[in-house]
Design a binder for this molecule. Sequence first.
Ligand code: ATP
Length: 600
Amino acid sequence: MEAPFEKELPAGPINKSMLRYLYKLLSTTGMPKKILSIAALLSIASSMIGLVWPVMTGRFIDQFSTGGINGLLIILLVGVFLMEALTTGVSYYMLAYAGNRTVTMLRKRLWSKTLALPVHFFDNHRSADVMSRISRDTDEIRTLITEHLISFFSNVLTVIGALVILFWLDWRLTLVVLLAAPLGAAVIMPIGGKMYKISMNMYEQLGQFASVLTQVIGEIRLVKYSNAEKREQKNGFDKVDHLFELSMKEAKVYAVLSPLMSMIMIVLLTTVVAYGGMRVSSGALSTGVLVSFVLLLFQIMLPINTFATFYSNLQKVSGAVERLKPILEAEVEDEHDEKGAIMPILTQDIVFHNVEFAYSSEEPILKGINIYMHAGQVTALVGPSGSGKTTIFSLLERFYVPDKGLITYGERSIADFDIASFRSKIGYVSQESPLVDGTIRDNIMYGRIDTVTEAEMIEASQQAYAHDFITSLSKGYDTEVGERGIRLSGGQKQRIAIARALLRKPDILLLDEATASLDSDSEHEVQQALEHLMSRCTTIVIAHRLSTITNADQIVVLEFGQITGTGRHEELLNTHSSYAEWTNKQFRQTRSHDPQRLID
Ligand SMILES: Nc1ncnc2c1ncn2[C@@H]1O[C@H](COP(=O)(O)OP(=O)(O)OP(=O)(O)O)[C@@H](O)[C@H]1O
């Protein structure tokens, strides 16, 4: 189930509620307000100083043409330049600090939140999308704070201040300048809107491209084995070509916008210089004032130019906020964690009371499930593919909450327990035991690094029949595995997973038996390792081996999300026709190959 990214893009441009949300988000994330305020003051000071020197330069020119050079004025002018440089530099640094600090806090908040989100959130959101939200959308917010927000306000002040001075210097010339403003706005506004659409589209396409890359690179073996390189090449090329088209659309808009803006500026400057020149020659204006005027014009052109980029950045941030909202506002896994009960010391019975569950609002996957699993016993789940065996595991691991009914552990509903404490009592060994990037030690101690000793880890590895193969590797427990390290065989991976599970000293063991064949040595060792683990747990196993079902204390037969039989192997053989048929079929099929194995 994938929620298309585009659905969550903002419907329109900036609005009040978005701005309010952004402000709340930034202030609750810990935006350093003091630093930002000082930076704002410095930035305003720098802008105001920026208005002083053009006037002083004009005075200087006028004094120069009427008499000698005023030394004090030169010193003042140099002082003003230095002050402007200093305030600009310091405010820039402080703004960069405020922006980077805020985005760091926001990313930390998002990452913590992401880890606390329930599994179903990830069923509904592509991982590449979530990744892009945490990394790229937050960067838009950084850019806003660092480059646009404060400078926007100081630029507004610069423009207002400059206009006041311009009026004071020569109101006629200023009126000429003001006539150009609506012209500029008429050009920027529609083009800005177009730019927004293109950049949003590009954003989405980049997300989709990243998603294709992640998926294909992650499943490169499948791609090669299926000879699907051509198909994936075309898929990738399509996305890249689409990005090219969008980039060129963007370039086209810029190609029109930049010269248009330059043209407006050139026409404006030419008009001011020509008209001003006429007024100078008629004696109505001094040369110094005209110079001040032109310099001030330059001072305000730059800020006006940045208004358009501020607007488009704010629109991007509006999109970013819209995309971050679902993560920030999604309910976390266990809102009432603090109040959760601590797990009992002794292993308890696990009971499913009339449990019903659906992943979505459609057809329920589990219907009226009643299972009594006695503490310390083995319950084997059997049934055709898609019957809901893994879903039972997921409910037990509290990845999902039943829609109806209750799952109890001892006297209490499993939902009453502190989620971390509850999960710490579960050991899970799956068909495809996952490894994280890091050393073998990191993998065995995963999640327990602070609570277990090296000796305990080695003991667990020995019980898992993993110690010998690990020590035969040249770097032993320090061998890197995962993406950057060596590849381990299926059996080795499973034994690491068993060592990891043993280290947790679980009370509940969830075991998804491997369907893939291991070599007989590995098979034997994995089996022995598992027996160590099972001996101290209440075990629920998705069974694929005949020995597992014959040794199980009870077998639960699941068909289409319903339990159609419960009992021991012999009992079911006699009473459950489809179980008998299925077992015989599977057993006959695999007998010549491996008499112990059952395959779905
Ligand atoms: N995250 C999910 N979102 C939506 N539907 C799901 C999800 N996981 C499983 N399902 C659906 O729930 C049903 C039961 O799946 P489940 O994985 O529990 O079956 P299973 O008995 O473990 O199958 P198998 O033996 O093939 O692993 C299937 O129809 C499956 O498509």
